[in-house]
Design a protein around this ligand. Structure first.
Ligand SMILES: NC(=O)c1ccc[n+]([C@@H]2O[C@H](COP(=O)([O-])OP(=O)(O)OC[C@H]3O[C@@H](n4cnc5c(N)ncnc54)[C@H](O)[C@@H]3O)[C@@H](O)[C@H]2O)c1
Length: 474
């Protein structure tokens, strides 16, 4: 099983589906190069597609196949828009399977005709022929597609191997790539609620089932050691992690390290996990001196997000997850917290996926996702992890917005954070532990405005300390 990180994103679909427009947008969001094959053929031949086509369709198809082959051979993952007819070539279909995440941009035939008729496309002149061609190609597109998209967010999600759908849990066996056996690793509480359904869905593929302590207690070296000892997996088998961010962080770390790394699939069951923690391959354990001090980057082969699983989540946990929704909305510059739940999950998941695909090892833009988290981690550590992550993030966002001089009304209204009772000096020591410091300043992620993060903003230490103190009660 290879990682989505190594694959191209190939957009397929009929004329008028919007492959060029969406492809350009997706490439920008992923920080990848965009190759529009029709334009590439024109660039190489010095002629426009209608002229080339006028000399015979067969000659044009040869050019098209050649262009698809060179694009799919590139070593850097790229976003590629294939010409509508490429899919009829079997060698291209094989290369797509080997090298790309193939995404079908769905368009119905009436809409496709409306968009293309009267233009200069050679195959969009006669309506009857157009419809016959659509009927012939449609099954080929569907058979070749790894997923279907209606907008750029859907394409981004597919590129990251992220599948968002109410009811997805039932399709788990088909969504866990390959056919090898799996070890199902679940949060103990979640195992009692959704474990049976997950096992049923995986059917004969479940080789073993393992429970981790519910919540944050899973993120400890001793829990991981127990899991390492229990597992009996080959390197082609997969680990499936079912639970909130604590479970996916801990099970993901085990997947990254067991046999020097086995493929894994995340199935987040909390709002926080679905919009954030289960996406992007960052895994972690806590140590007594600090949160997430041990970890690894290990991109999941698939992230299966079923917003239906949130129906059993306690209100407090749902509220905690809203903190990461608000963080995402502030970073995106959009009121994502106002959306209905499944759409909110899809949009937030797509935002996180795009940022992480752009910078999988957190060397640049991905650090923006730590907005408010420096404060949050300090409060969590100082409370011995009794303050839940989401509640700590709510407070952290408040501190970040205050330091930016921005209004904090969204955080106040949506999250209503209350100061927590922790030891001030311990929180301050924890905050300083993992931060770069120079000349009495700390480096934080701040916002110039919603949608405009400022990475590595230098803030005087006493201002940071005051902002932290304001989050602590008593
Ligand atoms: N890796 C990352 O990129 C990343 C990002 C954000 C947060 N995190 C980590 O995520 C952790 C927090 O995760 P979380 O907020 O998802 O909480 P959690 O995993 O600690 O779970 C919280 C509680 O909810 C219960 N629960 C989970 N799903 C349920 C369901 N569907 N129905 C009923 N109960 C359910 C659990 O048993 C637990 O008691 C923190 O440790 C944080 O550091 C990681």
């Amino acid at each position: 099983l290879d990682s989505p990180l190594d694959r191209h994103v190939a957009l397929i679909g009929f004329m008028g589906a919007g492959k060029s427009t969406l492809g350009r947008e997706v490439a920008k969001r992923l920080g990848r190069e965009f190759v529009d094959l029709d334009r590439e053929i024109e660039r190489q031949s010095g002629e426009r597609v209608p002229q080339l086509f006028a000399r015979g369709e067969t000659a044009f198809r040869v050019l098209e196949t050649g262009a698809a082959r060179s694009a799919l051979r590139r070593t850097e993952p790229t976003v590629i828009a294939l010409g509508g007819g490429s899919i009829e070539d079997e060698a291209t279909r094989t290369r797509l399977r080997e090298r790309a995440v193939t995404v079908l941009l769905d368009v119905d035939v009436d809409e496709a005709w409306r968009r293309t008729r009267g233009g200069d496309r050679p195959l969009a002149r006669d309506e009857q022929d157009f419809r016959a061609l659509y009927a012939r190609r449609d099954p080929l597109y569907r058979a070749a597609a790894d997923s279907t998209a209606r907008d750029a967010d859907d394409v981004v999600l597919a590129a990251g191997g992220v599948h968002v759908r109410v009811g997805a849990l039932e399709q788990l066996a088909a969504l866990v790539p390959g056919e090898a056996p799996v070890a199902l690793v679940a949060d103990a509480r979640v195992a009692g609620i959704h474990g049976a359904e997950a096992q049923l869905a995986l059917g004969g593929r479940v080789a073993s089932m393992h429970e981790l302590p519910a919540g944050e207690a899973a993120k400890s070296p001793s829990v991981c050691e127990r899991l390492w000892r229990e597992l009996r997996l080959d390197r082609d088998a997969a680990l499936v992690a079912l639970g909130g961010g604590s479970t996916t962080d801990a099970a993901g770390f085990v997947a990254a390290t067991y046999l020097r790394g086995v493929p894994w699939v995340t199935v987040p069951t909390t709002l926080l996990g679905q919009v954030d923690a289960a996406i992007g391959g960052k895994t972690a354990l806590n140590l007594p001196g600090g949160k997430n001090l041990v970890g690894a980057f290990h991109w999941p082969a698939r992230t299966v997000i079923d917003p239906g699983l949130l129906s059993t989540l306690p209100a407090r946990e749902l509220h905690a997850g809203l903190a990461e929704v608000v963080k995402t909305g502030l970073l995106a510059g959009e009121s994502l917290w106002e959306l209905p739940r499944p759409e909110q999950v899809r949009r937030c998941a797509a935002f996180k996926t795009a940022v992480c695909l752009q910078d999988p090892y957190e060397r640049g833009p991905r650090t923006a996702l730590n907005l408010g988290h420096t404060f949050a981690h300090a409060l969590e550590t100082a409370s011995d992890y009794r303050v839940p992550h989401g509640e700590a993030v709510s407070l952290g966002l408040l501190a970040a917005l205050r330091l930016c001089g921005l209004e904090d009304d969204v955080v106040q209204e949506q999250l209503r954070p209350k100061p927590v009772r922790v030891d001030r000096d311990r929180a301050w020591a924890a905050l300083q532990r993992d931060k770069k410091r120079a000349a009495g300043e700390l480096r934080l992620v701040l916002l110039d405005a919603p949608g405009k993060p400022r990475l590595d903003a230098a803030v005087p230490e006493d201002e940071v300390r005051n902002a932290l103190d304001a989050l602590i009660a008593g």
